[in-house]
Design a protein around this ligand. Structure first.
Ligand SMILES: Nc1ncnc2c1ncn2[C@@H]1O[C@H](COP(=O)(O)OP(=O)(O)O)[C@@H](O)[C@H]1O
Ligand SMILES: [Mg+2]
Length: 240
């Protein structure tokens, strides 16, 4: 069980996150929707230890991990797959994956790598080639694979479908569902509400740094506010 409780985060005098509370459970996908600038990335980065929150708590399996160093948080089992994937283009696919396993005991790496290759066979095929030559969708799979190398309990995904061709969006969403079905708790930020709702169990909507809706995916799909504000063109509106 993973909880972000009443998180407040600012950049200097600008408050980006005002009391966000989110939960992710093992084996499920929690979808976080919200327009550009709503505070989604800031929330994830703060939970991952990459930006210091002003207040609030981040709790993983009963342990407060708030404000801890990022590598310590990864070792506890919380991993962020950042926006834009950030694979190391000149390095090989295998080298990228090995970097993801930096907190993992050496003796376990081969077994974990095998499971990653089982989930993403394309990574096995391309393991000796540079990551920069992979397609956008394949790079997203590499980013997932790299995160899986740390044996996460919880994965936070920032805009995994961004910039991908529609057919690739389906494939990537399928892998997200598969990662959750393997027991991992997934907290996924998306602006593509329609795509995200296909694989989500729970949904939260963030607007101007606050959670304005949370419920099951079924409730979200039938909730007029959510539909109106986030399944239409309004999802593209910037909140700055
Ligand atoms: N590094 C930064 N410095 C100053 N302001 C930032 C920075 N990153 C984000 N912001 C601001 O914080 C708010 C939330 O941004 P962000 O968390 O990236 O939103 P989202 O991921 O929902 O699009 C926005 O108003 C944005 O301009
Ligand atoms: Mg963002």
């Amino acid at each position: 069980m993973f909880e972000i409780r009443d998180l407040h985060v600012s950049y200097g005098k600008v408050t980006a996150v005002r009391g966000v509370t989110l939960t992710a459970r093992p084996g499920t996908v929690t979808l976080v929707l919200g327009a550009n600038g709503a505070g989604k990335t800031t929330t994830l980065r703060s939970a991952a230890g990459l930006h210091k929150p002003d207040s609030g708590e981040v709790v993983l399996d009963g342990t407060a991990i708030t404000g801890r160093p990022a590598h310590w948080i990864v070792k506890r089992g919380l991993v962020l797959v950042p926006e834009g994937r950030r694979v190391f283009a000149p390095l090989t696919v295998l080298e990228n994956l090995r970097m993801g396993g930096y907190t993992t005991a050496r003796g376990e790496l081969a077994g974990i790598l095998d499971r990653v290759f089982e989930m993403f066979p394309v990574l096995r095929e391309r393991q000796d080639g540079p990551a920069g030559l992979l397609s956008g969708g394949e790079q997203q799979m590499l980013a997932f694979g790299r995160a899986l190398m740390a044996q996460p309990k919880i994965m936070m995904l920032d805009e995994p479908s961004m910039g991908l061709a529609p057919t690739m969006v389906e494939t990537v969403l399928g892998s997200i569902r598969a990662m959750a079905d393997s027991g991992i708790g997934v907290l996924m930020v998306e602006q593509n509400a329609e795509a995200g709702l296909e694989v989500a169990d729970d949904v939260a909507v963030v607007s101007r740094g606050e959670v304005v809706f949370s419920g099951t995916a079924k409730e979200a799909a039938s909730h007029s506010l959510v539909l109106r504000a986030f399944l239409g063109d309004a999802a593209l509106v910037t909140e700055n």
